[in-house]
Design a protein around this ligand. Structure first.
Ligand code: GRF
Length: 216
């Protein structure tokens, strides 16, 4: 017997990128393997030649370059982003190596449906060059964090984290590669938890429910 959930549709993702797009690729791969019940409605880049755009197109996903220079400022640009996302009925906005800081209005509008991945164990080492910051501080463990985005830089409620050891002879490259491997596992898992309706923001933290509240 074939069973089907009537009236449910797959979670629609909008992915914002600026660069090589290996996290985007891990999300695409998880969807194609059947490990992530979602579809990517659109990938948008602020960089024309971002390899991430090519990765999307290779999988038949709509990929859009939005040139910031065509807008008078950050707010106008983010308004354009918002309307591209909303016209495609996106449920969750996923930042995957998106290098522009989003305006407060955009963040407020999408709060609770806007996720980021950061290559450190937040709240340690927010901002750019997180792996180099970790090495410079001599921590023995680092990792990655998936979090909801709030108006600060890498300060939003934490969803999932994965740790990796920092080795004596690590360089920024070797540590980054070790962390990246974990990022590619963690991000699809966090999005799947969202798809299952299991993430609840309570103040500054995220509670992960054991079961899907929508299914109750
Ligand atoms: C990753 O290290 C991610 O944690 C950070 O930006 C990088 C993006 O890499 N936010 P990629 O474009 O997904 O390969």
């Amino acid at each position: 017997m074939v069973s089907m959930r009537v009236g449910m549709r797959r979670l629609r993702l909008g992915v914002l990128v600026s660069g090589r797009g290996t996290n985007l690729q891990s999300i695409i791969d998880a969807i194609e393997r059947g490990d992530l019940a979602a579809e990517i409605a659109i990938v948008i880049s602020n960089k024309k030649n971002a390899p991430a755009l090519e990765r999307a197109r290779n999988h038949g996903i709509e990929a859009l370059y939005l040139n910031p220079r065509n807008y008078p400022g950050r707010e106008a640009y983010d308004e354009a982003l918002k309307s591209e996302l909303e016209s495609r009925n996106v449920d969750l906005v996923v930042l995957a190596g998106y290098m522009l800081v989003l305006s407060p209005g955009f963040v407020r509008h999408f709060f609770g449906r806007l996720m980021n991945i950061h290559p450190a164990l937040l709240p340690s080492f927010p901002g750019t060059h997180a792996q180099a910051q970790a090495l410079a501080r001599g921590v023995k463990v680092s990792g990655c964090t998936v979090h909801f985005v709030d108006e600060g830089v890498d300060t939003g409620p934490i969803i999932l984290q994965a740790a990796v050891p920092v080795l004596e002879d690590d360089t920024e490259e070797t540590l980054s590669a070790r962390i990246l491997e974990q990022e590619h596992i963690l991000y699809p898992r966090a999005i799947q938890l969202f798809a299952e309706g299991r993430l609840v923001i309570e103040g500054g933290r995220v509670r992960i429910l054991q079961e899907n509240i929508k299914a109750r």
